[in-house]
Design a protein around this ligand. Structure first.
Ligand code: GRF
Length: 205
């Protein structure tokens, strides 16, 4: 099986991008990161990617007349680098149906809650404000909704009585760094099968 080319889209810090790269480096994922795209010129993720010798591109929404033109520019770069799996890792924009249809079943996202609870921004804050006793993280395929696509994997994290947004984010992030590489590995080994809303993990291959 040949290496799957990943295209990572991120807007910020890039710790998930680094966790994915580390898993590739130690041979846990049979893939390579073809490029990293950010919509923010000063995003730390670009520095981390450059330090690893990964091609980077910054594509800013304000340089395009429409959302579709912006997404077309992203898609063009992904296609140029032969990307097969688009990995959203802290990419702070909702992708439209137009973009999602260009990469059917091949866009993943990570969200720091147990979806469908607490979608969108400030998931940790939402979980604490709600008084939830458990949160966690979700890896899902992307559709045109906000954090609504078919769920691939989830892992729970207990919320402690004295948790703050910072302490909870830190514990969830540690789980994210374990779970995202696992989901990507399953995709790259062709062990994921989408049946409507259900993602089956093929175990007998
Ligand atoms: C993570 O918490 C992820 O779940 C969310 O955005 C954050 C990105 O963090 N979608 P990083 O840039 O990977 O460090």
């Amino acid at each position: 099986m040949s290496e799957t080319v990943l295209g990572i889209l991120a807007s910020g810090r890039g710790s998930n991008m680094q966790a994915i790269c580390n898993s590739i480096d130690v041979g846990e994922i049979h893939a390579k990161v073809g490029l990293v795209i950010s919509d923010k010129a000063n995003a730390k993720v670009l520095e981390h990617a450059e330090a690893k010798g990964i091609p980077t591109v910054c594509i800013e929404r304000r340089n395009f007349a429409s959302k579709q033109d912006f997404e077309a520019a992203i898609a063009q770069q992904l296609t140029l680098y032969n990307v097969k799996l688009v990995v959203l890792a802290g990419f702070m924009r909702i992708l439209s149906k137009y973009f999602v249809n260009l990469f059917p079943g091949s866009i993943m996202n990570i969200h720091p809650s147990l979806l469908p609870a607490f979608p969108g921004l400030n998931a940790h804050e939402q979980a604490l404000a709600y008084g939830a006793k458990v949160s966690g993280c979700t890896i899902h395929f992307v559709d045109e909704g906000m954090d609504t696509g078919p769920i691939i994997m989830q892992q729970a994290v207990t919320i402690l009585a004295d948790d703050t947004v910072e302490s909870l984010s830190e514990r969830i992030l540690a789980v994210e760094h374990e779970l995202y590489p696992k989901a990507i590995r399953l995709y790259c080994d062709q062990l994921l099968c989408i049946e409507g809303r259900n993602v089956k993990i093929i175990s007998n291959k």
